[in-house]
Design a protein around this ligand. Structure first.
Ligand code: ZN
Length: 345
């Protein structure tokens, strides 16, 4: 892609109210069987159309065919019992009832490959597909089989690599791994987290992204953020490791966060997907606010490596707010593109 500052969303968009309860995370489907399959495809078409109409350059599926960014993938694997549930602490932050690993995990058939092929048919623009990362996957499960977080992560990395290769063959240009757990488990990140992620991305020709954020704008996350002090330096742990890693792009949260912008320097040489849209507020950014965030980042990332993006998924927002934010992202990027073009004249 040769567009300067190509815009992209991190992942999810709100679902239409006829498909799932709006403004609710992980809300159950309102349709069943064939009607559900058709409804998901219709919603995906709308998500593509809204991104294109807003001038977004890298097109995602808006996660219209999945309920949860981690669980929907795991539901398709064997070795995990969704009936047997245990309460565990997710990312050291909140308790949740989760399924249990009861045997060897494996992927009997592709999970998202048909959906990705359908997305491919909808546009000639570059497309991006998101998968959960290995460390974030293990953090949403109770493990009664491997009895080792690391072992289970390596198993998931192998499975993710199979899925990623088939997504690539279906025409996906960019494959993203969501690893919010990288902002929490720093010892594991050092020991095996980045290595397991590289295993998941091994041998891909598609561009590879790792997305690390402070979570959706839900209460448990907002409460956690309030404890993090005046400067959020969590990225200081992962960025130096990722700068040396095989991953091509790092996606981070920036807009309205307390992340010191100079931490971006730790990624020098990598592409940076910079969150210039806050997903935890209904207030739609002005183009100038977006442009200002991008300009501040440009002190630490080369212009040809900057991808303006959202902080995280927009699933919990209303559709009109999400549309407003897509347009603001594009308009903000346009302002900075104009400035960069003027500089080189
Ligand atoms: Zn996120």
């Amino acid at each position: 892609m040769h567009t300067l500052l190509p815009t992209s969303i991190v992942g999810s968009l709100p679902k239409p109210s006829w498909l799932a309860q709006p403004e609710t995370l992980w809300s159950p489907w309102k349709l069943q069987t064939d009607a559900l399959a058709e409804g998901k495809q219709d919603a995906l078409r709308i998500a593509v159309q809204e991104q294109r109409r807003s001038g977004i350059d890298i097109i995602s599926d808006g996660e219209q065919t999945r309920q949860h960014f981690v669980t929907t993938f795991i539901e398709h694997l064997t070795g995990v019992d969704f009936e047997r549930r245990e309460t565990v602490r997710i990312r050291n932050r909140y308790d949740a009832s989760v399924p249990t690993v009861v045997g060897a995990v494996s992927r009997e058939k592709p999970v998202f490959v048909d959906d990705a092929a359908f997305l491919r048919q909808q546009t000639d623009q570059p497309i991006k597909w998101a998968l959960p990362g290995p460390m974030t996957m293990i953090d949403t499960l109770a493990d009664r089989h491997y009895k080792s977080r690391e072992k289970l992560a390596w198993e998931f990395a192998t499975i993710l690599n199979q899925e990623a290769k088939e997504l690539e063959a279906a025409g996906v240009d960019i494959i993203q791994f969501d690893e919010p757990a990288f902002n929490v488990f720093f010892d594991e990140l050092q020991d095996w987290g980045v290595a397991a992620l590289e295993r998941a991305a091994e041998g891909l020709r598609a561009e590879t992204v790792v997305h690390i954020c402070y979570g959706y704008g839900i209460k448990a996350n907002n409460d956690w953020k309030a404890t993090l002090g005046s400067e959020w330096r969590q990225y200081e742990e992962s960025f130096p490791l990722l700068q040396k890693s095989a991953l091509d792009v790092v996606s981070l949260e920036c807009q309205h966060s307390r992340v010191p912008i100079d931490l971006v320097e730790l990624l020098r040489g990598k592409k940076v997907m910079l969150g210039a849209i806050d997903v935890a507020t209904d207030a739609v950014e002005t183009p100038d606010e977006v442009a200002d965030t991008l300009r501040r980042a440009l002190a630490f990332v080369d212009a040809d490596k900057l991808v303006p993006s959202t902080n995280c998924g927009m699933a919990p927002l209303s559709r009109s707010v999400a549309r407003g934010k897509l347009s603001a992202l594009r308009a903000g990027a346009d302002i900075v593109r104009g400035e960069l073009a003027a500089d080189t004249r």
